[in-house]
Design a protein around this ligand. Structure first.
Ligand code: ZN
Length: 582
């Protein structure tokens, strides 16, 4: 089963395990994830348990006992535990509904998450030939898929491949100007009070960014491998269990985090590949409600990633693959077309429409202009200055700035000095970056920041090929904010008894009730020591707030309220709804 994060992967084994006789055994390498899943299942009235190294001997024996006496619906086991003779023996004495092998791509030696103990799972086919097995993953290219089939002895098994589209995620990639203030505007204007993840490349940047957001009044916490372990664990717990915490982290954060109500994922640095970008942004909006994947990037990001590849100790083949992957991601950043279409295309899936209507390029299409002449000016400036300077110096020469450095190298004497006054500095930066991403310029692997001509630059200089450039969209700029503010004003201008105004009033009441319900949920989560979303999802709170149920029957009709939740929380919820109405 290949299904993207948030697509309902767990349900594919949880439901059959409940319907079949016996206990479903779930193999998962992620202890934190197991713990959260089991907490969620228990709260929904499913008899679930976990067997891993965090349990005491006494706790383990209790779990083993309930398995043998048929008291368990689902049992989560770490692979290394499962493969012990003791555990295999235990399983052979129990009645089993199925084996679900989660994160099945870990079996692939070529993948990014290889776990040797996964190779041993082929023993399940030999020891338990009559127990059905299902392998699941959210990330596997064609090669990995066939490796999973071979190594887990799943020849001839039906394959289910779900679409990789995450329609509720809005993709947006903007030009980096002042990343920190761009991020702050993005959070305060569009995600105030929401939970979100901000990814940075370095630990120092994580610390700085978290501190600057906190200073701006945003509930932001840092997370990276260099921190004190107890502080890090505390920050992660607060992010998972509380409402509206923003975590600023390196890519080390996220594996095994199953928080459904992450409303945005922001990238302040370019990831390594589209796979990484997709995996990281995929942590947003797992509950299916609208979420943002927002990234700010600039020329320095491309140069930095290229440098990391050049300086890595990997083999040449590895470097070539890495450069290709980076280029594909830069292509996604620079495209003037639909980002979703581009993403899905990368994963071999056709979107089936030219526009998705839910990415920045679809919502406000960028202008594309013929930049052949400015490209020629920039490229000849690179050539005339000896292909050993960075973007800032090149722009100084093009714009005719007599800086100390320009004079020092005699660049004010060159024919290209001051030929580019038709563009301002900011637009020149965009042009140079696009020349890099289009492949006409390339970062010099020897001299940091320096740009040199690539082969394709020649045909541009000779006038044989055209260069089409993309005008930067002004998302998050005052212009767009102005439009938003105006809409709100015209709404407020309606007379107080107009239907729209009434609706607005009603929405306010709903918002109040939601915040009351959230407050109650935080208390319940603390009391039972589980994440807030395990008590009830956001979508369920919103369902209650909009339908305002008066009876148990009406409350039961809200999505996310099952018999168990009704029994446990029904009275409390109804009295909250009533007290808000009064
Ligand atoms: Zn689109």
């Amino acid at each position: 089963m290949l299904m993207p994060t948030g697509g309902g992967k767990s349900l594919c084994y949880q439901l059959p395990a409940l319907l079949r006789e016996g206990c479903g055994i779930v193999v998962s390498p992620l202890i934190a994830l197991m713990r959260d899943q089991v907490a969620g299942l228990l709260d929904s009235g499913v008899k679930a348990a976990v067997l891993n190294s965090t349990l005491s001997w006494k706790e383990s024996s209790a779990v083993e006992q309930s398995l043998l006496s048929g008291d368990l619906d689902l049992l989560y086991i770490a692979p290394e535990r499962l493969l012990t003779p003791r555990c295999l023996d235990l399983l052979s004495r129990a009645r089993l509904a199925l084996f679900a092998i989660d994160e099945a791509h870990c079996v692939s030696q070529w993948g990014h998450d290889f776990r040797p103990e996964y190779m041993g799972l082929s023993v399940l086919a030999e020891r338990f030939p009559n127990v059905p097995r299902i392998a699941l993953t959210a990330t596997a290219d064609e090669l990995t898929r066939s490796e999973i089939v071979t190594r887990l002895n799943l020849d001839g098994a039906p394959r289910f491949i779900a679409s990789f589209d995450r329609p509720n995620i809005r993709y947006e990639i903007i030009e980096k100007q002042n990343a920190r203030s761009q991020l702050q505007v993005f959070i305060t204007e569009r995600h105030a009070g929401d939970a979100g993840i901000v990814y940075c490349l370095s630990r120092a940047k994580v610390d700085d960014t978290a501190a600057s957001l906190a200073k701006a009044g945003i509930d932001a916490l840092a997370y990276h491998a260099g921190m004190d372990a107890s502080v890090r664990a505390l920050n992660q717990d607060r992010f998972i269990n509380e409402d509206g915490v923003v975590i600023v982290a390196t890519v080390a954060f996220g594996m095994g985090i199953d928080k459904p109500d992450v409303r945005f994922v922001a990238h302040l640095d370019l990831p390594k590949s589209i796979e990484a970008y997709y995996q990281e942004t995929g942590r947003a909006g797992r509950d299916g409600k609208p979420a943002d994947a927002w990234m700010t990037y600039g020329l320095a990001d491309i140069v930095q990633q290229r440098r990391m590849i050049d300086q890595s100790t990997g083999a040449d083949e590895f470097k070539r693959v890495s450069v290709r992957k980076l280029d594909a991601l830069v292509g996604l950043c620079e495209t003037a077309g639909c980002r979703r279409g581009r993403l899905l295309d990368y994963f071999g899936e056709a979107f089936g429409a030219p526009k998705c209507g839910n990415c920045d390029n679809c919502l406000s299409p960028p202008r594309v202009w013929d930049g052949t002449i400015v490209a020629q000016k920039a490229l000849s400036c690179v050539y005339r200055t000896g292909q050993r300077f960075g973007a800032l110096h090149l722009i100084d020469v093009l714009m005719g700035h007599s800086t100390e450095r320009v004079a020092q190298f005699g660049h004010d004497q060159l024919s290209v000095f001051g030929v580019g006054t038709e563009l301002d500095e900011k637009r020149w930066r965009t042009v140079v970056r696009q020349l890099v991403s289009l492949g006409h310029l390339q970062p010099d692997s020897e001299a940091f920041g320096a740009l040199k001509l690539s082969l394709s630059a020649r045909s541009v200089l000779k006038g044989d090929s055209k260069v089409m450039l993309r005008e930067q969209t002004a998302t998050g700029s005052p212009r767009k904010r102005g439009i938003k503010a105006k809409t709100v004003r015209s709404g407020a201008a309606l007379s107080p008894d107009a239907p729209a105004a009434f609706h607005k009033y009603d929405k306010n009441g709903e918002a109040n009730l939601i915040s009351v319900l959230r407050h109650w949920r935080t208390g319940m989560a603390r009391k039972h020591n589980v994440p807030a979303y395990v008590v009830l999802h956001d979508a369920t709170l919103e369902g209650i707030a909009s339908s305002r149920p008066q009876t148990h029957g009406q409350l039961r009709a809200v999505t996310g309220i099952g018999d168990k939740k009704l029994e446990r929380y029904g009275d409390a919820l109804l009295s909250l709804v009533r007290s808000e109405a009064g």
